[in-house]
Design a protein around this ligand. Structure first.
Ligand code: MN
Length: 165
């Protein structure tokens, strides 16, 4: 049961919902780029940790490797809350366009084929771009230290900072 509950935690990691309107969608031109999936879409979860719609599909939960991995599909405008991973995180982008921000640094635009890392216990968020969805694989190592610590939502003002470049 410990393994099951760990896996569930992994699922929670990237889960979702919430139908919050994005103010910027009216002012930005819609991009019709198609984003394709390698894995099943997965499950939409709680809106406590995400703004917009994101879907988690768990792939690996290994207590020997102390690592979880899975895929998250973020609809345009969707993103995680601010959070930290006690053991750090690797993201591998398999399609679409998204944003990744480590607190105190500019928003990083992430595209298909990119891989980005986040050090342990470092506040950050990630999600889709304003107009193009994102398919991202997450790898969370060292889960014996914990999987994720959730914090407050990323505001529209923070999310829209990427438009001011
Ligand atoms: Mn993360």
């Amino acid at each position: 049961m410990k393994e099951l509950s760990l896996f569930f935690l992994g699922g929670l990691l990237m889960i979702v919902s919430c139908y919050q309107q994005q103010e910027t969608s009216e002012t930005t031109k819609k991009n019709t780029q198609k984003v394709s999936a390698i894995f099943p879409k997965g499950n939409k979860g709680s809106d406590q940790f995400f703004t917009g719609n994101a879907y988690n599909y768990g792939l690996v939960m290994d207590t020997t490797l102390t690592t979880i991995a899975g895929n998250v599909y973020f609809e345009p405008g969707a993103r995680s809350n601010w959070h930290t991973h006690p053991g750090g995180q690797i993201l591998i982008i398999t399609d679409g366009v998204g944003y990744h921000q480590i607190e105190g640094e500019p928003i990083q635009i992430i595209n298909k084929g990119d891989a980005v890392t986040c050090p342990p216990n470092t506040r950050h968020w990630h999600g889709a771009s304003h107009d193009v969805a994102l398919q991202q694989l997450y790898i969370v190592p060292n889960i014996e230290k914990g999987v994720v610590d959730w914090m407050e939502a990323v505001t529209n003002e923070q999310y829209d900072q990427v438009l001011n470049k």
